[in-house]
Structures are given as structure tokens and as C-alpha cells.
Write a protein that binds this ligand. Structure first.
Ligand SMILES: Cc1cc2nc3c(=O)[nH]c(=O)nc-3n(C[C@H](O)[C@H](O)[C@H](O)COP(=O)(O)OP(=O)(O)OC[C@H]3O[C@@H](n4cnc5c(N)ncnc54)[C@H](O)[C@@H]3O)c2cc1C
Length: 472
């Protein structure tokens, strides 16, 4: 069945109402029973070592750089048949208990960045938009909003890759059986990696599915360089150099046909490639980095999904919750979050990193993300030698007119929602009370909505790209 746009947007609105209803009155009622024991399973801690305790030189079949959302499941599956080393610059989650609960979501975003091991590493893009990246075993899945969703079939069809869909489905089930509450197919009710007790089950728990005899994880292991070897005209990655927290340098090499797998996230991965000499030759030469492999697109095609929102101060207390349901149209996505009063605004929720204000009442954020985006920017190294110095990233939000048009229609839809019966409960006697931006009054004034989108843009934290061409 193919739905018309109006039907889809109505569905989005209904789902949003449902979400707000759920958030305000019964935050846990959409949570489906968890198929595995809901307590945290810390078995993976038996294979976690501080990098300082790892040998100065060692060999493995596979080396996984970055123990994050992608790195942990890759390492676990490979360990069934091969020896695997995972190198993660952050700490084990047990060092920062806020990463283990839904309640901790906001607290992680509020925590000052110590520049070394705090799990949410802050950065400000060149666009002036505040952002964060994960720096902990389990990666950004340990600080994210926990909303889990499968890609729709169209994504696979349009990807240009021939997928074995049975394997894809198996992979989804493998993840879902370990860390995710039910994902209801074909609806906009997503799964959640938070269980009914508010415990976060991030990608780190997928390490429990690996073979502990074959799997070794080093934390506080900052990979400095990828080591390449060349044979004739072909080059291959044969190892890495990484530093432990004492500054001691270690080397790890791959055996035989083994591989180095780079899963250091959308910012860490291109940064490491550039530092290791894989990138645009003229750019690398300008930084005096020896060119190992010319790759014109490393550091280019950096995308981030813009987020625009309104924040309604609730006239009555509401339960805190991350997003559980997304309203999805063919132009934009709408989600809602809620929070109890907070004393300082969490970094990046409101876009303006300097804003630190008390919010005295419960509040609900209605958030909109345009589909796409089509706009992109780039990543440039700030240091040509030190991986610990974060690169500069620019995303050029709304540079593509379609991104702006989608934002305008999404925010207008939020304007429509404010006039519905379902949201009436959140209106006080004098109308809605907002914290932060308010929508333009004239629902037909596209120019003002466009300005609103530009002025209030923040990040949805879904930055991606940076390692290859736009279409490959
Ligand atoms: C606040 C926030 C909320 C989000 N909410 C959602 C959501 O609700 N739903 C959703 O689907 N997505 C959400 N996302 C996005 C999602 O979490 C990320 O897209 C995803 O986790 C990225 O996975 P990754 O494996 O590419 O990178 P990451 O999970 O970030 O892993 C990269 C890992 O590499 C490590 N690393 C980097 N450089 C080095 C180095 N030199 N040496 C060693 N280790 C290194 C990092 O410390 C990190 O642990 C959110 C993201 C954030 C930040």
C-alpha cells in the first residue's frame, strides 16, 4: 500500500501526539518486554584491558580501531573465527555510570568535557553549531538518545549495493536480541536500547556475543597512525601505532590476510586516514604529511542532519523521556523528548553552546529533522601530527535549497500541531509558554520560516561521511 503525502503527514501527526501522550502520562507504556535479562551484562569486562597493560608489540588477525557502535559488533562477530584486538581511546562504561542509564542521557551532555576521557566529547563545528561525539567503549551508542530503527527496504534498493537480505535480517535480529527492545516493523514506533528500568544497552554489550578467547579490548588506547605496507603498486594496512594513557607507544600488526578495520566514527576515521597519509595529495603535502595513498575525497562530503525544534514549558510535571516514536513523512521526521526541570541547559540541546539557563518547569521538545541532508562540508586537520587535537569540521547546513525547503515544511507542520486538540493540554491559560525559539506567527510566511530554520539550527548528532565519495 502506498500512502499519499497528506496521509503520511497525518500519520506523523498522530504518532507525534501519541508520543507526547506517552511522554507525559505513561512514559514506559510503549516499552515492550525485553527478550534477554534486562540487567546490564558486564561479562565483556573480562576482556577489557587498560592499554598500558597491553604488550608493546603484538599480532592479531584483525585490528578494530574505535570500539564504538560499529566497532563492537564487528569485533564480536569476527572473534568467532579470528583473533581480534579492539582499540578504544575512551574508558570502559563502568567508569562513567551515567552512560548506563536513560536518565544519564542529559547528564552526559551536560558534563564538562575534560578533554581526555569524559564520554561526550564536545566540539563546535565551523558553522558555529555545538555538537558531541562518543568517547567511551560502546561509542556514541553510550551517549545517544537510544532510538533504534531499521532502515527501510528502499534504502537497500537505492544503495547501489547488492545486499543479501537474509543476512541483513539476521544481523538486525542479532543486535535486537542483545540490546534492543522490540522493533515493530513498518511502523514509526522505533525500538529502544533503554529497557523498562531505564538501563541503557549500548553496542558495548554486543562484545558479550564474541568469543572471549579470541577477543581483546584495549581502552585508553588512542590510535595515532595506521601503518601501511606496499607491494608493487598496491598498498595495504598492516598495523597501527597507538598510545596508552602514560604516553607509551605500542604497535599492533595483522597476521597474514588480516585487516585493520577503521571504525573510529565519522570524525575520527577521516582524521586518522589523513594523519596516516591517505587523502588529497596537495592537501597532505601542504601539511607536510607524506602521501601514502592519494584519495581525493578523504575529509570531504561531511554531512550532518540539522535539527530544529521548539521547546514547550509544560504547565504540569511530565516524566523525562527520550524519543520513542518518530513521525515520518517523505520530507522530514518529527520526534519529541521531555525533561524534568534542569538547572543548566545541556550543551547542544539548544544549539547555542553559550546558553546556560535554568529551566524551572518540565518541558517537552518537539524536534524536526529534514530528510537527507543534501548539503555537505568538509573536515580539516587542526594538527598534522597529534590525533588528540580534534579536527575542524564544517557541515554547511541548508546550503542546498531542498534542505531548507524541507525544514520550512517540517516546522510549519509543527506549527499545525500546536493548533491541535491533542496538544491543548500543554497550553496554559495564556497559550503556550516556550523556552528558546518561537515559531513565526504567520504560517504562510515561508521566508520567515526559512530564516527561523537558519537562525535556530542545531545538530541531530547524525554526522556522517568524510571517508569517500558522495555516491560511494
Ligand atoms: C547525543 C547523540 C544522540 C544520538 N541519538 C541517536 C538516536 O537516538 N538514534 C540513532 O540511531 N542514532 C543516534 N545518534 C547517532 C549515533 O549514535 C551515531 O551515528 C553512531 O553511534 C555512530 O557510530 P560509529 O560506530 O560510526 O561511531 P561511534 O559510535 O562514535 O564510535 C567511534 C569510536 O571510535 C573511538 N575513536 C575515535 N578516534 C579514535 C582513535 N584515534 N583511537 C581510538 N579510538 C578512537 C571513539 O572514542 C568512539 O568510541 C546520536 C548521536 C549522539 C552523539
Amino acid at each position: 500500500m502506498k500512502l499519499k503525502y497528506t496521509e503520511i503527514s497525518t500519520m506523523a501527526a498522530i504518532l507525534l501526539f501519541l508520543n507526547l501522550f506517552v511522554l507525559s502520562f505513561n512514559a514506559q507504556s510503549v516499552v515492550h518486554s525485553f527478550t534477554t535479562p534486562s540487567d546490564h551484562d558486564f561479562s565483556y569486562m573480562q576482556i577489557v584491558n587498560d592499554a598500558a597493560d597491553l604488550p608493546l608489540e603484538d599480532k592479531y588477525d584483525y585490528i578494530v580501531v574505535g570500539g564504538g557502535t560499529a566497532g563492537c559488533p564487528l569485533a564480536a562477530t569476527l572473534s568467532a573465527n579470528y583473533s581480534v584486538l579492539v582499540l578504544e581511546r575512551g574508558s570502559a562504561p563502568t567508569a562513567y555510570p551515567n552512560v548506563l542509564s536513560e536518565e544519564g542521557f542529559i547528564l552526559n551532555l551536560m558534563q564538562e568535557d575534560d578533554g581526555k576521557t569524559t564520554p561526550a566529547q564536545r566540539f563546535l563545528s565551523e558553522d558555529g553549531v555545538a555538537n558531541v561525539r562518543g568517547r567511551v567503549l560502546g561509542g556514541s551508542s553510550m551517549i545517544n538518545a537510544g532510538f533504534y530503527s531499521n532502515a527501510d527496504r528502499e534504502f537497500y534498493v537505492n544503495s547501489g549495493i547488492e545486499w543479501d537480505m537474509d543476512l541483513v535480517d539476521k544481523a538486525y535480529h542479532w543486535v535486537e536480541n542483545t540490546v534492543v527492545l522490540d522493533h515493530i516493523n513498518g511502523t514509526k514506533v522505533g525500538g529502544s536500547i533503554f529497557d523498562e528500568h531505564g538501563r541503557r544497552h549500548g553496542a558495548v554489550e554486543l562484545l558479550n556475543r564474541g568469543n572471549p578467547k579470541n577477543l581483546r579490548v584495549g581502552v585508553h588506547a588512542t590510535v595515532d597512525r595506521i601503518i601501511f605496507s606496499s607491494k608493487g603498486s598496491s598498498i595495504s594496512a598492516v598495523g597501527v601505532i597507538y598510545n596508552d594513557s602514560n604516553g607509551t607507544s605500542h604497535r599492533a600488526f595483522v597476521r597474514g590476510k588480516g585487516e585493520v578495520i577503521l571504525s573510529a566514527g565519522a570524525i575520527g576515521s577521516p582524521q586518522l586516514l589523513l594523519l596516516s597519509g591517505v587523502g588529497p595529495p596537495s592537501y597532505l603535502s601542504s601539511l607536510k604529511i607524506p602521501v601514502v595513498h592519494p584519495q581525493p575525497h578523504t575529509g570531504n562530503f561531511m554531512y550532518d542532519n540539522p535539527r530544529n525544534f521548539i521547546n514547550i514549558l509544560s504547565p504540569f510535571p511530565i516524566q523525562p523521556s527520550t524519543a520513542k516514536i518518530a513521525g515520518i513523512t517523505d520530507q522530514f521526521y518529527i520526534e519529541a523528548f521531555s525533561s524534568t526541570p534542569i538547572s543548566t541547559t545541556p550543551y547542544t540541546i539548544y544549539g547555542d553552546p553559550a546558553q546556560q539557563t535554568k529551566i524551572n518547569s518540565s518541558f517537552g521538545l518537539i524536534i524536526m529533522k529534514p530528510k537527507g541532508p543534501l548539503s555537505y562540508g568538509n573536515l580539516k586537520l587542526q594538527s598534522s601530527s597529534d590525533v588528540r587535537i580534534a579536527p575542524n569540521v564544517q557541515f554547511n547546513y541548508f546550503a542546498h535549497p531542498l534542505d531548507l525547503a524541507r525544514c520550512v515544511s517540517g516546522m510549519k507542520k509543527i506549527g499545525d500541531l500546536l493548533n491541535t486538540k491533542s496538544l491543548k493540554a500543554f497550553r496554559g491559560t495564556k497559550g503556550y509558554k516556550f523556552f528558546g525559539p518561537t515559531l513565526p506567527l504567520n504560517q504562510t510566511d515561508d521566508a520567515s520560516f526559512g530564516q527561523f530554520c537558519r537562525d535556530t539550527v542545531s545538530s541531530f548528532w547524525h554526522y556522517h561521511g568524510g571517508c569517500c565519495r558522495k555516491d560511494g
